[in-house]
Design a protein around this ligand. Structure first.
Ligand code: MG
Length: 387
């Protein structure tokens, strides 16, 4: 099998479901990889996108990584028996890349990697989580049913508390039992009020995770940690600069409930630093590594395996993402659960149209691949972009 064509487009996304609100300037990359393999009379094409929060990666994809895949002979992409192996294709993408200097090349690689996994599962005629589990020698998941929570709760430019309450009630009415909201955009009293609003809507503070988006300095970390510790939140996320491991360890030493970290670390090398120096507590704290932002699934699986060996239960992994692909990774590797963005980052965030959360859990689509074709708004965008 060979890759015939790779097309990339950078598209705008918004943190808000309401198109009237300022989107904030975020973008993501979407790619289509077309192969010479055919199913049902059509070329097999895989689709990927760059997850959220790190902007589009078009230059790196077009100029550096896609040409390597396009130039690769089929033998470099396939097992000796001729079956396509996304991990071999990943090695082709990384040809000549030096260790370190992750920057955001890891996001460009992860974007292509997502499309490669979509191809592999479509070739196998099965949902992605099954293909992925088999390729990594993981136990075959009995089903794609996984725990989820609704991610959102970004600060609104006006009527923040009322709109946050409406958003949380929509999550609850849609079948979610837990949610994550953002804090750290205002002062401490604003954060506490947001937490109270969300906890009231979802039925308890233990159903709410808070994400400080790596914004707090030392003074703020410690003050906020002290203030929210008695609330019994589900977790406290991204509390300071992601590489200020000394500060994170200092906060963890004085904050008893779960903290969550790893969303803004992009490699196994960085994950090891977090495990050794970030003060995290195996079995209690939460690991957020994003399988797209960490160079794709091969590197993500190395991170999972490293934490396995360090004594962490897999239930501690709740990957950042909020989209279908990350949920397949959760199912394939038996992780704790996944984020869903029902309103943010549309049309890429959220579930396929036929999926409905029930008591905080969902079943993944059984269609071959990621199931992007079953998410009408996303599929329409892809067809408009690439047809
Ligand atoms: Mg976060």
């Amino acid at each position: 099998m060979r890759i015939l064509d790779i097309t990339e487009k950078t598209v705008a996304i918004s943190r808000y479901a309401d198109p009237a609100l300022p989107p904030g300037g975020l973008t993501t990359s979407v790619v289509a990889i077309t192969t010479d393999a055919r199913r049902d009379g059509r070329p097999v094409t895989g689709y990927g996108f760059a997850s959220f929060g790190r902007f589009g990666q078009g230059g790196l994809i077009r100029e550096r990584f896609a040409p390597r895949l396009l130039a690769a002979p089929g033998a470099d992409l396939c097992d000796p028996d001729g079956s396509f192996d996304p991990r071999r294709a990943w090695s082709v993408i990384m040809t000549g890349e030096k260790p370190g200097g992750h920057g955001e090349r890891c996001v460009a690689v992860g974007t292509l990697d997502m499309a490669l996994w979509d191809i592999a599962a479509k070739l196998s005629g099965e949902p992605l989580y099954r293909t992925m589990a088999r390729r990594f020698g993981e136990p075959s998941p009995p089903s794609g049913r996984i725990e989820v929570y609704a991610g959102g709760g970004y600060p609104y430019p006006a009527d923040d508390h009322a709109r946050l309450r409406d958003e949380m009630q929509r999550f609850r009415d849609a079948g979610y039992t837990r949610a994550k909201i953002k804090i750290a955009a205002g002062d401490l009293s604003t954060d506490l009020k947001r937490i109270d609003v969300a906890a009231s809507a979802l039925g308890g503070a233990d159903r709410i995770a808070v994400d400080a988006m790596n914004r707090y300095d030392r003074t703020a970390c410690l003050r906020v940690g002290e203030a929210i510790e008695p609330l019994g939140l589900w977790w406290f996320e991204d509390i300071c600069d992601p590489l200020d491991l000394d500060l994170q360890a200092e906060v963890a030493a004085g904050y008893g409930p779960p903290i969550a970290a790893g969303e803004a670390l992009f490699s196994l090398a960085e994950a090891k630093l977090l495990a050794r120096h970030g003060g995290l507590r195996p079995g209690r704290d939460i690991l957020l590594f994003d399988p797209v932002h960490t160079y794709g699934v091969p590197e993500f699986h190395r991170i999972v395996s490293y934490f396995d060996a360090a004594g962490w239960p897999r239930r501690c992994f709740w990957p950042h993402g909020g989209h279908l692909f990350a949920l397949h990774v959760v199912a394939a590797f038996g992780l704790g659960g996944g984020e869903v963005n029902p309103g943010s980052f549309q049309p890429f965030g959220g579930l396929a149209d036929a999926m409905a959360p029930e008591n905080g859990a969902v079943s993944l689509p059984e269609a071959p691949g990621i199931g992007i074709e079953g998410k009408a708004e996303l599929w329409n965008l892809i067809r408009r972009t690439f047809d």
